[in-house]
Ligand binder design. Structure first.
Ligand SMILES: Cc1ncc(COP(=O)(O)O)c(C=O)c1O
Length: 394
C-alpha cells in the first residue's frame, strides 16, 4: 500500500532509482534496505543536451584523446558562464582544466605554499580539506563556525588569530558556498576574509564548486571579485560536477588570479597535473553553454525538498538541530540532543537504515553530527525524515 500522499510506495521509488543508478557509489555502497543520503550527487539525471552530446560521441566511438580545441571550448564556456551567472571575468587563458577540484587543492598547495606552512579553513569542513593539507605536509589550522541566530557565522577574532599562525607562505582554503553548512558568504564577510589574507600575506584557494546552487535570497560572490589585489592572491576552483551532476566525468577547472600563480602552477609538470578526458570536457562545455534552464528547474526541485525536510524536522528541534542551507543540497545535522551511540551516523545506519556522512569527518569531536544529501525524488523526503525521527532519543 502506498503511503498517504505518495503516488508510489517509497520502496518502489527507491527501487527505480537504485536500478537506474547502478554505476553510482551513492546507491551501491550499502545493502538494499538502506536509503542512501550521503555522498554529494543528485538523483535527477543530467541536462538533456549533455546527454545527447555524450550519446552522439559514443555513437561515433569518439573516445580518443581530446583535441586542444575541446579543452579551450570547455574553458571558454566556463568563462562565459562565470561572467553571466556570477559577474566575474575569468579568462580562459588564465585557467587550467583539471580532473577534480580536490586535485586543485593539492596542486595549489604544492605550487604556492611553503612546506610546513599553515593552511587555514573553517570547520565543519568538507573532509578533503583536512586530508589534502595533511598529505602535502602542511599544517592544518581550523576556525570553527559559530551558530548565531540560527546562522553559522565566522568568528573573525579567532579566524584572524589563526591566520597569523599560517604565515609565512600559507593559505586560506575557503569553501564558498560552504559544505556542509550551506552558508553563502556575503560581500562583507568575503572582504574581511580577504583583508585577513592580504595582511598576513596568505594565498586564497577558493573552492566555489557549489556556486550555482544558491537558493532565492542568496547570491554567490566569487572572492576574487572583491578587489583586484585579492584576485592577485586567489586560485578559484570549480566544476560542472555539482551544478550539472557530472561528478563521474572528472572534469574541473582552476582559475589563477595572477600570472605569478599561473606560472607557479604551470611549473608543475603536465604529467603530474593530468588532464580531463574528452567526454568530461564535452559534457562540461555543453552544460556551461546551455544548462541554464535545467539548472533552474533542478534548483526548484531542490528547494521543494529543502523546505519540506526542514518543515518536517522542525517539531523535533530539541533532539535534532539543523539550519536551512542558503545553498547546496546538503544539510548539517546536530544530533547532540539525541545521544545516539556510538556515533550519530552509525546509529542512523544501523537502526534507521539511512546512510549519511559521519560528522567526525567534518570536525573534531563531530560524532553527534552527520551530513544529509536531500537531492533525491521529493517523494522520498518524508521517508528519509521518518527514518531520522524514528531514531531520535536512541
Ligand atoms: C566543497 C566540495 N569541493 C569539491 C568537491 C569534489 O569535487 P569534484 O567533483 O571535482 O571531485 C565536492 C564534492 O562533494 C565538494 O562538496
Amino acid at each position: 500500500m502506498a503511503m498517504k500522499g505518495l503516488e508510489m510506495e517509497p520502496g518502489l521509488i527507491e527501487g527505480k532509482i537504485r536500478s537506474r543508478r547502478q554505476y553510482s557509489v551513492k546507491w551501491n555502497e550499502y545493502p538494499k534496505e538502506v536509503l542512501p543520503a550521503w555522498i554529494a550527487d543528485m538523483d535527477f539525471g543530467i541536462p538533456p543536451l549533455v546527454k545527447e552530446g555524450l550519446a552522439e560521441a559514443i555513437e561515433l566511438s569518439e573516445t580518443g584523446y581530446a583535441p586542444r580545441k575541446l579543452t579551450l571550448d570547455y574553458l571558454e564556456a566556463f568563462s562565459r558562464w562565470q561572467l553571466e551567472e556570477h559577474k566575474v571575468s575569468m579568462n580562459a587563458s588564465e585557467m587550467i582544466a583539471l580532473t577534480d577540484v580536490i586535485q586543485g587543492f593539492y596542486l595549489s598547495i604544492e605550487a604556492l605554499c611553503a612546506k610546513g606552512a599553515g593552511i587555514l579553513f573553517l570547520t565543519p569542513s568538507y573532509p578533503p580539506f583536512f586530508s589534502s593539507v595533511q598529505a602535502t605536509n602542511r599544517k592544518v589550522l581550523t576556525s570553527e563556525l559559530v551558530l548565531h541566530d540560527r546562522r553559522y557565522e565566522i568568528d573573525f577574532d579567532d579566524f584572524a588569530k589563526k591566520a597569523e599562525q599560517a604565515n609565512p607562505g600559507g593559505a586560506i582554503l575557503l569553501c564558498n558556498p560552504q559544505n556542509p553548512t550551506g552558508r553563502v558568504f556575503s560581500t562583507k564577510e568575503l572582504e574581511s576574509i580577504a583583508q585577513i589574507a592580504l595582511s598576513n600575506d596568505l594565498w586564497i584557494i577558493s573552492d566555489e564548486i557549489h556556486a550555482d546552487l544558491c537558493y532565492e535570497g542568496s547570491v554567490h560572490i566569487p572572492i576574487m571579485s572583491v578587489a583586484p589585489e585579492v584576485a592577485n592572491k586567489t586560485v578559484t576552483l570549480s566544476s560542472a560536477s555539482k551544478s550539472f551532476n557530472l561528478a563521474g566525468l572528472h572534469t574541473a577547472v582552476l582559475h589563477a588570479g595572477s600570472t605569478e600563480i599561473l606560472s607557479r602552477l604551470e611549473s608543475i609538470p603536465q604529467g603530474l597535473r593530468g588532464s580531463p578526458g574528452s567526454l568530461g570536457l564535452l559534457a562540461g562545455q555543453i552544460a556551461f553553454s546551455s544548462g541554464q534552464q535545467w539548472l533552474e528547474e533542478t534548483l526548484q526541485k531542490l528547494d521543494v525538498n529543502r523546505k519540506l525536510f526542514f518543515e518536517l524536522i522542525e517539531p523535533y528541534r530539541d533532539q535534532l538541530r539543523s539550519e536551512m542551507p542558503q545553498a547546496t543540497y546538503l544539510a548539517w545535522l546536530d544530533f547532540s540532543g539525541s545521544l545516539l551511540k556510538p556515533t550519530a551516523q552509525q546509529y542512523l545506519l544501523e537502526h534507521g537504515h539511512l546512510a549519511l556522512n559521519p560528522g567526525e569527518n567534518f570536525i573534531e569531536n563531530g560524532r553527534d553530527f552527520a551530513r544529509l544529501n536531500f537531492a533525491t525524488e521529493a517523494d522520498l523526503i518524508p521517508e528519509m525524515t521518518q527514518r531520522i525521527i524514528s531514531c531520535l532519543n536512541g
